[in-house]
Design a protein around this ligand. Sequence first.
Ligand SMILES: Nc1ncnc2c1ncn2[C@@H]1O[C@H](COP(=O)(O)OP(=O)(O)OP(=O)(O)O)[C@@H](O)[C@H]1O
Ligand SMILES: [Mg+2]
Length: 302
Amino acid sequence: MASLIEIRNMCKIYNPGENEVRALDHVSLSIGENEFVAIIGHSGSGKSTLMNMLGCLDVPTSGIYLLHGSDVSLMTDDELSDIRNQEIGFIFQGFNLISNLTAFENVELPLIYRGVSKRERTNLAKEALRKVGLENRMDHKPSEMSGGQQQRVAIARAIAQAPPVILADEPTGNLDSHSTKEIMNILKTLHSEGRTVIIITHDNDIAANAERIVHIEDGRITSDSSNNGNLNRDDIDKEIRGNSTMYGSAPDEDENGAEEFPDTETIIVANEINLEPEEKPEDDYDVNVTEDNIDLHLNGEN
Ligand SMILES: Nc1ncnc2c1ncn2[C@@H]1O[C@H](COP(=O)(O)OP(=O)(O)OP(=O)(O)O)[C@@H](O)[C@H]1O
Ligand SMILES: [Mg+2]
């Protein structure tokens, strides 16, 4: 049976020419259904670039990406949009909530764009918020919630339509250790329910939650090992060193990888929006969200 995700010899070169950056350098990676994989590496190693490829948010310079055995490069924009909408739940470091919508409205918004009926999206949004333990915070706006609660709203938004794959880029990067634990427990639960969870991180402690740890360095996969659940961050350091000829030193504890969001993450959100004239969010909410500015809203720049 074909893997869920099969990447072969993928390269991504930004700014081809003299100042080119080889962000992915002949990466090959297979991920099966219901795996829990951490992709770990230093800042600039290519993690977000790889996530953008996995999420069909960007196209590689060369190489092959098969999703459920289908070649992504042959898909139409509509097919790619459907995959992003229905197959993958995205979670980002900065939560990307809309500040003047409540938790409930934030979770409901993508469902409006997807044409889900009012009754169904109310059920889905409430159920997703309940799942992340926020049934009592549905009417709160992001500014009235802690960082951990905001990220839980973002997770509820990502899982409301039960996508089989969760792609999370540094989902706990802005959170304290308590909230980090909560978020990781939610991701573990989603995995135990049968979802494929792929988490991008520069933190060994976070990676230790996963069943499989893929290390990326300078755009290349330098180790790929299973985690029996007993690894701590020192073990992971050793594991990485033992498997890698390229890996020189352990990640710095204080390294703070992803403070900013690649532009591609912003673009996607806008790409996914298919505004139905009869049911735009402006009709539902007192907020000026349009196809042009939704990416700004979702990045908190409003
Ligand atoms: N749009 C872009 N244009 C040019 N270079 C880019 C672009 N996006 C990323 N890069 C470069 O590609 C390399 C990989 O970047 P990427 O964002 O994938 O790293 P990362 O591992 O996610 O880092 P971090 O932990 O800091 O988020 C880096 O050298 C980065 O500067
Ligand atoms: Mg990154």
